[in-house]
Structures are given as C-alpha cells and as structure tokens.
Design a protein around this ligand. Structure first.
Ligand code: FES
Length: 109
C-alpha cells in the first residue's frame, strides 16, 4: 500500500533548532528542525496536557514545558522522567520546500 503524505507547512517557517505546531487531519503535531532535517511527533506530551511544540528543543531532544520530561524527537523515545510513554512519530518528506507528513503515525502508542 502506498503511504499518503499531506502538506502541512513551508520548510522556511521553521528555523534550525526551533519547533512549530501544525494540524494533520484534525490532530496537533509538533515539528522540530534539527540539523537540517524535520522530525514530527504528536504535540501533546504523554505525561500530561502540555504542547511539546511550546517546549525547549535541545539538540534532538525536546523538554516538556510543564514538568521537564524529555523525548528524542527522532524516535519519540523518552529520555527523561517523569515521562514513561514514548511519543507517536510521523514520517516526514520535504517536497518543493513544503513539509509533508505521513497521514498515519509511524509508531502507535
Ligand atoms: S506534562 Fe510533560 S512532563 Fe508532565
């Protein structure tokens, strides 16, 4: 089956080392620009009601703004407590300067 990719945001709208929130079919998704690549995860922290796009991107890890739990944005894996559940991640493709996301997450938690 062919994976469906949906355009969400211009690549130029996310400077290196920054994050943005976007909508993917009604769901909030966080986008992170790390070393020239874009990574996408669910926006809501798995520990509570906080937006990871509003968190702090440190290298390839995002620190949640609420309780400072951390995740690797490339894999969605937890890297610091109090979080225990990984994030859903989405495949990303940049075509003609536009970020596209896979309609379905690569990992389902
Ligand atoms: S809500 Fe994110 S660490 Fe608690």
């Amino acid at each position: 089956m062919t994976e469906v990719f949906i355009p969400v945001l211009d690549f130029a709208e996310i400077p290196e080392g920054q994050s943005r929130r976007c909508q993917l079919e009604g769901k909030d998704v966080a986008l992170f620009h790390v070393e020239g690549c874009i990574y996408a995860t669910q926006d809501e922290c798995t520990h509570g009601r906080a937006s990871l796009a509003d968190g702090y991107l440190i290298g390839d890890e995002v620190e949640c703004p609420l309780h400072q739990g951390m995740f690797n944005v490339r894999t969605g894996a937890v890297t610091a407590a109090p979080c225990t559940q990984a994030l859903r991640t989405y495949a990303v493709a940049v075509r003609d300067g536009v970020i596209h996301l896979a309609a379905e997450p690569a990992t389902a938690n």
